[in-house]
Design a binder for this molecule. Sequence first.
Ligand SMILES: [Fe+2]
Length: 367
Amino acid sequence: MKLQIVPIQIDTVAPGKPSPFDLFDQGGYLLLEKGQAVTAQVFDLAHKRKLYSVSYEWSELTGPKRLVGFKDSQLGESPLRHIRYDSNLIRIDYLKQALPILVSSLQELEKCHGFPGFSWLDNHDRHTYIHSLNVALLATIIGIYMGYGIKELAYLASGAVLHDWGKLLVPREILNKPSALSPEEFQLIKSHPVRGELVLRDEGWPDEVLRVIREHHERWGGQGYPNGLRESEIHPNAQIVAVADVFDALTEDRPYKVGLAPYHALEMILNGSGSSYAPEVVRALRSCVLLYPEHSTVTLSSGETGVVIALDPVLPTRPVVRIMADRQGRPVRGEKIMDLRENRTLAVSAITFDSNRRSHPGFTSGI
Ligand SMILES: [Fe+2]
C-alpha cells in the first residue's frame, strides 16, 4: 500500500471553492471532504501549512468505491443507481453477491401482472422510493449472510422493495410533513402496512412478499403494529426488513433531521437486539456493515489516534490505521501504520469521526 501525507499547496485550494482533496489537520482529523466548499478557517490552515491531504492507493483490500460489478453505463436507467450504500459501508463480498440478485428481482417485478411499475412510487414520493431500494439492498445482504437460497432471496428482495407500497395511499404532504403529525395523520401513516398488503393481495402476490409488507413494523417483543406479533410469529423476511428499514431510516438525511452516523445507528440497533429486533438478524447486519469506514478517525486501545486507511472484508473489525497522534495527543511525525490484522494485542476503543457523516463534532462512543 502506498501512502503519503503531504501539506496542501496554498494554490490548490481557494475559499468558497470545492476542495480537490480530503483535507486533514495536523492531528489527522478530517476537516473537509473532497468536493466541499473550503471555509475561511480551513484556508487559513493551508496558508500556515497546517493542512494536509492523505493520498494512498485504495489497495486490493477495499476495491472500487461505487456499486461493485456495475459500470455506470450498465446501471443506465436502473433504479439501482439511486442506492446510497457502497463498498465504503457494506462488505464488498456481500455487495458483489447481492446486486445481481436485486437486479433480476427488480426486472421480474416489472414484468409481473398487476404491478404498476416503480415510477408510480417514484412519482408519488421520491423519498419512499429511494428508501425502498436501499432497504432492498440491505435486506438482500442480510439474507445472503443468513444463508438464504436464490429463490428465497428473490422473495425477500421483492418484499423489501415493496414494503412501503401502502404509502402510495397516504397523501405525500402527510408523508413529508416536517412538523408534528396530528393523531389522525399519524394513524393514516400507520395504516400503510395493512393497506399495502390489501392492495397487492388482490394481485395474487405470494405470502413471502405480502407478509413483509404487513409485518415490517412488528417488533420482536410484541410492541409493534398492526397486530402486536412477537418473535417467531413475525415472518422471517419481515424480521429482516424491519432491521434494514430502521437502519436506513436512522442514517438518512431528511429535511427535518440529519441522519445518524452508520456506526451510531448500528449501535442503537444492537441495543434493541432481543427486545425490538430479531437477534439473529442484528448479528447479520453487524457482520455485513463495516464498523470503521475508510477515513474514520479512531482511537486505539494504546491511546493513539489514527485514520482508517484500509479495511479487509474478511476481518472487518481489524482495520489498517495510519497513526496521527500519540497517546498524549501529540502529532506523530513520519509514517506510522498500525495493521490491526497483524497486531492482535491492539483494538479500536472508540471512533471519533465517522467519514460517512460530514461532521460529528465531539461525537465519541466506545465500542
Ligand atoms: Fe413502513
